[in-house]
Each structure stands twice: as C-alpha cells, then as structure tokens.
Design a protein. Structure first.
Lengths: 159, 123
C-alpha cells in the first residue's frame, strides 16, 4: 500500500537528512535507540496492564483504583514519551518502506486508538466518578490494543 | 522454592543459546547448506539493522542481506564497491522458504577479491 507522492517525497527527504543517515549507518546509536523503544514499551505496557487488571477488578483488596492510577499512569506516560521519539527516529531511517507497510500502518492506527482510549478514560474520570463497568471496558480495550500494537510492531520486522 | 529457581535456571540455560538463532536477523530463517549466487548489483542500501542489496541474476531478481554498517566496513565492503552495475559472487545461505529469492551473505567476491563479512564462519 503506497502513500501519496507528496508524502513519499517528504519521507524521502526525511531519510536523506544528515542526522537520520548517520543513525541509519551508525554502529551504536541505532541499537541504543532500538533499546530505548523497547524500554519505553516495557514501562508503558507493564504499568498499564497492572492498572488495567485492577480496573477490571483483580486484587481489589490491594487498594482503591485511584491510588494505582496516580502511581501507574505517570509511569505509563513516561514510557510512551520514551517509546514515541525512539520509534520516530527508527521510522525516519526507512520512512518510505515503513509508511508503505500495511503492518506498520495498522500499528499506527492501533496505537492511536490505544492513546485515544486512555485519554477518553482520563477525561471521564475528571468529569466525575466513572462507572466501574465503563472503566473495566476501557481497561479491557487498553490491554488488547497495546498487546496488538506490540505484536504488529514485531511483525513489521519480519514481513 | 530453591528447586523452582533451579528449574527456571535450567530452562533458561537450555533456551538462551537458541534465542539469537530464532531472531530474523540471525541465521534461523536460512538453510544450513552453503549457497552461491552470481549477479549484477541493481541497488544497495547500507543500513541498520542490516543492509540489503538487490541483484539481477539468471534466475531473476534476488534480495541479498548484507551486514549491518559496521560489519560491512570491517569486511572492507564499501558502497562504492557495491555500486549498481557491479558483477559479483555471493556466498552464504538462502532462505529456507524456497519460493523466496532471498539470501544472507557470508562472503562476497568482487573481481577475484573476497570480502568476508563473517570471518568466523566457513563460507
């Protein structure tokens, strides 16, 4: 699935930018950026799954959901803020090929949905007490969406 | 409890060496038998996590995975040597999926000179 000619030209220019070319041909920088992407995903997924399980009612005796939200959401956001720039850098080294990959396109859609789901839940919580059922629904969606995003991300490298 | 840790350790010990082989960027996807391919370079890309080269051959267009940039540099394989139009011979391993025209290079011969990406492996 190819993207439009304008986007293709933009991505080609991005690939040829000097810092991106240096990263593409680097010895240590690329694997370190790759590691940062994984560390970010680990922080995001590890914390968000723990929170989602609590919202789904698991280990309710461990404490009120709000306590876990306060602890785990900042860790998840931190992970996301590491994973996104690292991912963008790796994307830039081969932008046209990634942009044309259906697996990569699907991953971007899923990541956008996962972030939207998290923002929607936060907004609902801010407006007032959320129904446990709605929170549980968002939590289940969160686990599934992030899991699919990780799987798609891995598959991009193999197909 | 101690026994659980011992079992977990034993499992890790057995599986850990298999992990790099299973990775795409290793050798697991290729066959074990030595393979040779000669052709003309269509284009080449020196990139992480590994470079790729497209070769025009008698059996059609092949994709040849070369090393990551530091490995290519270590072997003396510059992109100038691999510029489009260059005739060369690649030693390595082809994909285990026979329908794929894809191989991983161990050693590349250009004008009689060998450039060895994996000096520790027989090729």
């Amino acid at each position: 699935m190819s993207v439009g000619p304008t986007l293709d030209g933009m991505f080609a220019a991005l690939e040829q930018a000097a810092p991106i070319a240096a990263l593409r041909e680097s010895t240590y920088a690329f694997p370190l950026v790759n590691a940062a992407h994984i560390i970010g995903i680990a922080l995001l997924f590890g914390s968000i799954v723990a929170l989602d399980l609590r919202l789904l009612g698991w280990r309710r005796d461990a404490g009120p959901a709000g306590v876990f939200t306060r602890l785990l959401v900042p860790v998840a956001i931190g992970g996301l803020l590491i994973a996104i720039p690292a991912g963008l850098l790796m994307f830039a080294t081969d932008a046209r090929a990634y942009a044309a990959s259906p697996l990569f396109q699907a991953k971007m859609v899923i990541v956008a949905l996962a972030i939207a789901n998290a923002l929607w839940l936060r907004a609902a919580e801010r407006r007032g007490p959320t129904l446990p059922f709605r929170a549980a629904l968002a939590a289940a969606a969160s686990i599934v969406l992030w899991l699919v995003a990780i799987l798609l991300g891995r598959l991009v490298g193999y197909f | 409890m101690a026994r659980h840790w011992a079992i977990a350790g034993a499992i890790l010990f057995v599986l850990a060496p298999a992990a790099p082989i299973a990775a795409h960027h290793g050798w697991g996807w290729a066959t074990d038998e030595e393979f040779e391919l000669s052709g003309t370079v269509k284009d080449v890309r020196n990139a992480n996590p590994h470079g790729t080269m497209r070769l025009a051959t008698k059996s059609g267009e092949w994709t040849v995975e070369i090393g990551q940039p530091w490995r290519n540099a270590q072997a003396g394989l510059t992109m100038e040597l691999l510029r489009p139009g260059t005739r060369l011979l690649v030693h390595g391993h082809r994909s285990a999926r026979r329908s794929e025209r894809l191989m991983k290079a161990e050693r590349i011969v250009i004008a009689g000179k060998s450039y060895n990406l994996y000096p520790d492996r027989p090729s």
